[in-house]
Design a protein around this ligand. Structure first.
Ligand SMILES: NC(=O)c1ccc[n+]([C@@H]2O[C@H](COP(=O)([O-])OP(=O)(O)OC[C@H]3O[C@@H](n4cnc5c(N)ncnc54)[C@H](OP(=O)(O)O)[C@@H]3O)[C@@H](O)[C@H]2O)c1
Length: 297
């Protein structure tokens, strides 16, 4: 099986690479490197990549993920989040290839009183959420043999995500202020890579596009997650001491894009499809921090 992995240097891409290499020949692509460098917004370069690599499966974590910047640059966000999946899906439909694409909890808004499932109505409140939803819809229309995995609050030990930012500040002894009125399902990029590989084997039997939620099993605020991360990082010696984490409202931390106050995703359908139990927030965070510690040694 020939697998094309886009966004191979992103946080999910890096966790996917070693897991995919067990399944077949992996052709990695990043903007300026990997096996096949490609700016995925350049149509000709993308066509060359697809026709040259001729993958059996395309795994597409590449995306515009800067949620606030998308408000000012909707066209650039759409190029990655709508046009790219549209083209990938069209290529897959024309060549009998399969597509695995990633979407977001930010397609939802409201408070259903339970975790969102795959049949709940979407209602994105940001440019990022709207472009990701439009990308999903384009894939569903394409007729491609595709799997759309909606994930949430991705973190890893790489720079540029919530966990690494919180622990960098905590390491310098700074007290933290973190919003407590947004509740979601923080998900380690390593867990998502594990779920992706399981779903690739088990959830793509039907030719029509399938949408599944793929998150760690949890329901916490950013504040509760930060407190847990600081405590568990201190226990493992990744930071010197537990710093105080103050709970604040979203209004005290203004951001350009609005975020849903409740974006907990129900992972049960994916568990049933794969037979693989999602890790809990604590289990996934512990595994991430243990790997972090091993790398630091
Ligand atoms: N991060 C989250 O909290 C979160 C939450 C829900 C859903 N998701 C979804 O999960 C997926 C993976 O997210 P992630 O956090 O792993 O993303 P990430 O770390 O931001 O990685 C995205 C990758 O896309 C690449 N990329 C962007 N523009 C490109 C272009 N024009 N040409 C080639 N490559 C380009 C980036 O490369 P450069 O570094 O060169 O730009 C980067 O490697 C995405 O679909 C995202 O929407 C993420």
């Amino acid at each position: 099986m020939r697998i094309l992995l886009t966004g191979a240097d992103g946080q999910l891409g890096r966790h996917l690479t070693p897991r995919l290499e067990v399944l077949g020949e992996v052709i990695t692509s990043t903007r300026r490197g990997g096996d096949w460098p490609c700016d995925l917004t350049e149509t000709e370069a993308l066509d060359d990549l697809l026709d040259g690599a001729r993958p059996d499966v395309i795994i597409n974590p590449a995306a515009w993920t800067a949620v606030d910047a998308a408000e000012d640059e909707p066209a650039a966000a759409a190029a990655l989040n709508v046009e790219l999946p549209t083209r990938l899906a069209a290529w897959c439909a024309a060549h009998g290839a399969r597509l695995v694409h990633f979407s977001t909890d930010y397609v939802f808004d409201g408070e259903p009183g339970r975790a969102w499932n795959e049949f709940d109505p979407t209602s994105p409140v940001s440019v990022y959420g709207r472009t990701k939803l439009a990308g999903e819809e384009a894939i569903r229309r394409s007729g491609a043999h595709a799997l759309i995995l909606r994930t949430a609050w991705l973190y890893s030990r790489l720079p540029g995500n919530f966990l690494s930012a919180i622990l960098r500040r905590a390491a310098s002894g700074e007290p933290l202020r973190v919003v407590s009125d947004q509740i979601g399902s923080p998900t380690w990029a390593g867990s998502l890579a594990r779920m992706t590989v399981a779903a690739l084997g088990d959830c793509l039997p039907r030719p029509e596009p399938v949408t599944l939620h793929a998150v760690d099993r949890g329901c916490v605020s950013w504040h509760a997650f930060a407190e847990l991360a600081v405590t568990m990082a201190a226990e493992r010696g990744l930071i010197d001491e537990v710093v105080p984490v103050a709970a604040i409202d979203s209004a005290e931390w203004p951001q350009k894009a609005r975020r849903p106050s409740w974006s907990v995703l129900d992972v049960e359908a994916l568990e049933q499809c794969t037979g693989c139990t999602a890790w809990t927030t604590r289990q996934a965070l512990a595994t991430c921090l243990e790997e972090w510690k091993e790398e630091a040694c």
